[in-house]
Design a protein around this ligand. Structure first.
Ligand SMILES: Cc1cc2nc3c(=O)[nH]c(=O)nc-3n(C[C@H](O)[C@H](O)[C@H](O)COP(=O)(O)OP(=O)(O)OC[C@H]3O[C@@H](n4cnc5c(N)ncnc54)[C@H](O)[C@@H]3O)c2cc1C
Length: 425
């Protein structure tokens, strides 16, 4: 009989176990990992550097980075957030650094530092780590005085007082959780780039600029479509946009993919976006500027880039407006209106999605309404806890997904310890 079994040897599983063992020495605890190695996602995360967290230390602002979980994580972040994560690693000799965009990495620039830290802590604290140990069933057994958990592994079983599910986006575990009476929100991909074939961007991969992007709502889209108000208000983002060989990427697009994960899946990843390449202008304001330029400039429009956007993008948009060989005095107001439209409201057809640098996150998981966010315990079944990607929380890129695992793991650990202590009194 174990005090605690943790299903999943990933970020959330290790963080929870370490905090339980640290706070309550001699707790009998084991991590059950189906793979032959633990922490495999930590290893490949952040391009092998592990983007551990984000330098956003205000709980309310931190929670705004979670398309699913924003409301529920606010309370937990008041208890444990990015600053606490930094403290945890620093106390263990792992210094973190902040990059210009706020992402935080180990100063060593390798995720192995994080893995070594977790493995040595697990060893120091006597946590059993069982690899090649796939959980194939979960059962709650009600004994006279207490509830215990029976966990199936291969041919055998293990028993525990408290069960922590930190199994990431594993469909089998979600099935077992549903079998126990929980609701699981169906998984859909989040964090992806847009596939776009369009002459305006086809020959300029690598060009990056700040842009505003809006997904155009599909009207009367099927019975189950979300309300158009939701479409229009949520599916908008701004930030750096990168033109790629296959379409568009960069934070502006990734944010849209995360916030729109569910509706874009409903659209079957076929939809239109509207791009403003000069967010400081609206179409009318830009037209006014062009009319002023027209009065003084004699050269071709192509050679007079009057806006702060990449030269090759300007050239392509001037061409799209059909005025690439015309001078400013020659172009009509109508043609300048067309150029202003290309710059502030260009429409692009998206046909499918691609994975972003192998990094993907799944939206979906155990329904947040069924979890007590003061303890990360199931509201339906006492003694069952969750942390990490197994719950219906996901974030935009930048270290926020790991922060969800650290926060959930820490808070669940405190609750498990409290529970074990009160039961043993
Ligand atoms: C390529 C890539 C790069 C990423 N980079 C970053 C980044 O830099 N920063 C960031 O914040 N986020 C990043 N993410 C997201 C981040 O990795 C996840 O959000 C995070 O790993 C979730 O942690 P977790 O412990 O909940 O799940 P996981 O890390 O997925 O761990 C779950 C573990 O449970 C095990 N398991 C599942 N089912 C069973 C079973 N039945 N029995 C036993 N074990 C089981 C799995 O094998 C796995 O080891 C990245 C994701 C990817 C794919």
């Amino acid at each position: 009989m174990y005090d605690v079994l943790v299903v999943g040897g990933g970020a959330a599983g290790f963080y929870t176990s370490i905090h339980i063992a640290e706070k309550r020495p001699n707790t009998k605890i084991a991590i059950l990992e189906r793979g032959k190695d633990v922490l495999t996602k930590v290893k490949i995360s952040g391009g092998g550097r592990c983007n551990v967290t984000h330098a956003e230390f205000n709980p309310a602002d931190l929670s705004k980075n979670y398309p699913r979980g924003e409301k529920e994580l606010l309370g937990p972040f008041h208890t444990y957030a990015s600053g606490d994560t930094v403290g945890f690693f620093e106390e263990r000799g792992v210094a973190l650094k902040i990059e210009e965009d706020g992402r935080m990495f180990p100063v060593t620039n390798t995720s192995q530092t994080i893995i070594d830290c977790f493995l040595s802590e697990a060893d120091r604290l006597g946590i059993q780590v069982k690899t090649l140990c796939s959980v194939t069933g979960i059962e709650q057994i009600k004994e006279e005085k207490e509830v215990i958990w029976k966990v199936a592994i291969g041919d055998g079983h293990m028993y525990c007082k408290k069960l922590m599910l930190a199994s990431g986006s594993n469909p089998k575990i979600w099935k077992y959780v549903e079998g126990l009476g929980h609701t699981v929100v169906p998984p859909v991909p989040s964090l992806f780039t847009f596939n776009i074939k369009d002459r305006r961007i086809g020959d300029i991969p690598g060009v990056a600029t700040h842009a505003e992007v809006r997904v155009l709502p599909k009207k009367n889209f099927g019975k189950n479509s979300l309300k158009s108000k939701f479409d229009a208000s949520v599916l908008f983002s701004d930030g750096p946009l990168l033109i790629t060989h296959w379409g568009m990427s960069g934070p502006a697009i990734l944010k849209l993919s995360a916030w729109g994960a569910r509706i874009l899946e409903q659209y079957n990843y076929q939809f239109k976006i509207q791009v403003n390449w000069v967010p400081e202008y609206h179409q009318n304001g830009l037209l006014e500027l062009f009319l002023k330029v027209k009065q003084v400039e004699k050269k071709t429009v192509l050679r007079t880039k009057v806006l702060d956007i990449p030269k090759r993008l300007w050239a392509n948009l001037v061409q799209a407006a059909g005025i690439d060989d015309m001078t400013w005095p020659e172009v009509s107001k109508q043609q300048l209106t067309s150029l202003a439209e290309q710059l502030t409201a260009g429409i692009f057809q998206v046909n499918g999605k691609s994975t972003f640098k192998e990094e993907f996150v799944t939206a979906g998981g155990v329904d947040l309404k069924e979890i007590n966010f003061k303890t990360y315990e199931s509201k339906k079944l006492a003694g069952l806890y969750f942390a990490g990607e197994v719950i219906n929380v996901d974030a935009i890129t930048g270290g926020f997904n790991f922060q969800n695992a650290w926060t959930g793991g820490y808070i669940a650990a405190q609750a498990v310890v409290e529970d074990l202590n009160s039961n043993s009194q």
